[in-house]
Design a protein around this ligand. Structure first.
Ligand code: CTP
Ligand code: MG
Length: 250
């Protein structure tokens, strides 16, 4: 048995904050993204189960759509979670950053490692979650799972109008780039300090730690930790679930 699969060593407790308050504009019209069904179960429930699957995680804080906290609470009551996992639901804010902050504000004092995980990444495998926790336990204040890129990336001068040709400014060396996923793992005090200090708009939590001048490290991510963003991602997510069901059947 690897160390990852054991419950927390004495003195370390891990909580997961799941921002789930977004509308899912890029997915198109419908319910808030986190509440859309995947394999008949809301995406958020998959994401909560993915965090609770780690024996180290003893609390999940779900940040619900601003007016959807009661609905999310009853959803969580209706779906089984492991007995060792508690959960809390708080209403979210206008930006992801604000929602994460509201989740952190609700954290009880006795957790020293915090994971932040997008509800929109419902299928992250438990081994990825455990690898992130392990790297924080080993002393990194901020850990992100990430994958090498398949596509070459160009930096452009963004066009004023949609569809206009955009001049290329640079082509970063692909081998040095990583596409970042969640859960990102943090020393709790460091993450809270970052959220209190950094006011710039950011698209992930680790970049706030970078702005503090602290070292962020990358560990291997997983293909199945992709973010459900556009309609085609739902097709892929259903296919991953179908493959898991098939594999479980044999
Ligand atoms: N999120 C949040 N609060 C917000 C905005 C986003 O908690 N005000 C959460 C989303 O629910 C999602 C995660 O942050 O789990 C990643 O955001 P993204 O994939 O961009 O989701 P949405 O913002 O919902 O999608 P879109 O940008 O297409 O509207
Ligand atoms: Mg968004």
């Amino acid at each position: 048995m690897s160390d990852d699969s054991r419950p927390s060593p004495a003195g370390t407790r891990t909580a997961a904050v799941i921002p789930a308050a977004g509308r899912g504009v890029r997915l198109g019209p419908g319910a808030p993204k986190a509440l859309r069904a995947l394999g008949g179960t809301p995406m958020l429930i998959h994401a909560v189960r993915a965090m609770a699957a780690s024996r180290a995680v003893s609390l999940v804080v779900v940040v619900a759509p601003p007016d959807g906290a009661p609905e999310v609470k009853s959803l969580l009551d209706a779906h089984a979670l492991p007995e060792r996992t508690d959960f809390l639901v708080v209403p979210g804010g206008d930006s992801r950053q604000e929602s994460v902050k509201l989740g952190l504000d609700a954290l009880p004092p006795d957790y020293d490692i915090v994971l932040v995980h997008d509800a929109a990444r419902p299928l992250v495998p438990v081994d990825t979650v455990d690898a992130v926790i392990e790297a924080v336990r080993e002393g990194s204040p901020a850990v992100v799972p990430a994958l090498p890129l398949a596509d070459t990336v160009k930096e452009v001068e963004p066009a004023g109008e949609p569809g206009e040709p955009e001049p290329v400014v640079a082509t970063p060396e692909r081998a040095r780039l990583r596409a970042v996923q969640t859960p990102q793992g943090f020393d709790r005090a460091t993450l809270i300090h970052a959220h209190e200090t950094v006011t710039d708009d950011v698209t992930d939590d680790a970049s706030m730690i970078e702005q503090l001048g602290l070292q962020v490290v990358v560990v291997p991510g997983h293909e199945e930790a992709f973010k459900v963003t556009r309609p085609l991602d739902l097709v892929l997510a259903e296919a991953v679930l179908a493959r898991r069901r098939l594999n479980d059947g044999f």
